[in-house]
Design a protein around this ligand. Sequence first.
Ligand code: GLY
Length: 368
Amino acid sequence: MLDNVEVKLDDRSYTIHIGTDLLQETGAFISPLLRRRKIAVVTDENVASLHLNCLKSSLSSEGIKVSTLILPAGESTKSWMHAQKTVEWLLAEHIERDDIVVAFGGGVIGDLVGFAASILRRGVRFVQIPTSLLAQVDSSVGGKTGINSPQGKNLIGAFYQPQMVLADINILGTLSSRDFLAGYGEVVKYGLLGDFKFFEWLEQNAPAMASGDIEKRIYAVKRSCEMKANIVARDEKERGDRALLNLGHTFGHALEAATGFSDRLLHGEGVSIGCALAFETSMRLGLCSQEAPSRVRKHLKEMGMKADLSDIIGELPDENVLIDLMGQDKKVLDGKLTFIMARGIGDTFVSHNVELDIVRDILREALI
Ligand code: GLY
């Protein structure tokens, strides 16, 4: 089974291939891109132990010489230290501009390796092979690359598009249910931000998809990638519509920061709670009906997702601290916070005018 989505960006256009058993076919997919039979793969310890042998044998069977760098798994790898390590390793491997670097992992590896590729020799080509649901539907697509600073998440980076994305749906079968559902936070976001019919489809089909239905997984990843590809084609550098992809993220990032970017709250879980809060805020502002936030929360709850602040284990700071943490967001414009507000499910817009007092009230009530 194979589906393709095109990301149309003039001379930076590329294809996202979505299907089963693509890992075994990687050599055949990548071969036409190579100018010489040599490739560098960067991955993490978890992905390496599960999938690296399969990837290597597929590349070797096409006569491609493979070098690999295996980094520690986890958010702390998205650092200057590991970016430097990756770049120095690629230089030591004599990776040239026309070679291909493969980012083989979840969002951390994709962001870090994409960033390393963007600065190495002023830009070396790279391919994304995302191994988490979150990376397949979001972080591997659209060219946002980067690392974290002690001052905040993703504050250092570049827009740098890959040559190709290979999303092997079988790999999702090795994810824990918590990681799968965290990725689902980004999937449901697409329905909420711009496709009511997709949201309805998810209401009907997401439970089967989460239980392992491959055709439904392919459809959900494909529809998510189509929506992202469309938005990125319109606004690659996030001057306008691309900000819609941040639905739930202003709330979510503050909650991630409040929980120390730790296992207490995964990124997609923060997005899920953030989407519920964004709809609640929209309703309080009279932008959408009362039914919309209830329907969003109902679906998230039915999927076993986090939807409320009380779903986060342990203490949270008060509403004023959470609002201050929102101020650290990259999307602050002239000191004003950016929120994605909803007129209804599938109908959202970017707003810089949300009254912070209303947000403060909503957070205070949600914290009780
Ligand atoms: N993850 C949001 C974006 O790529 O713009």
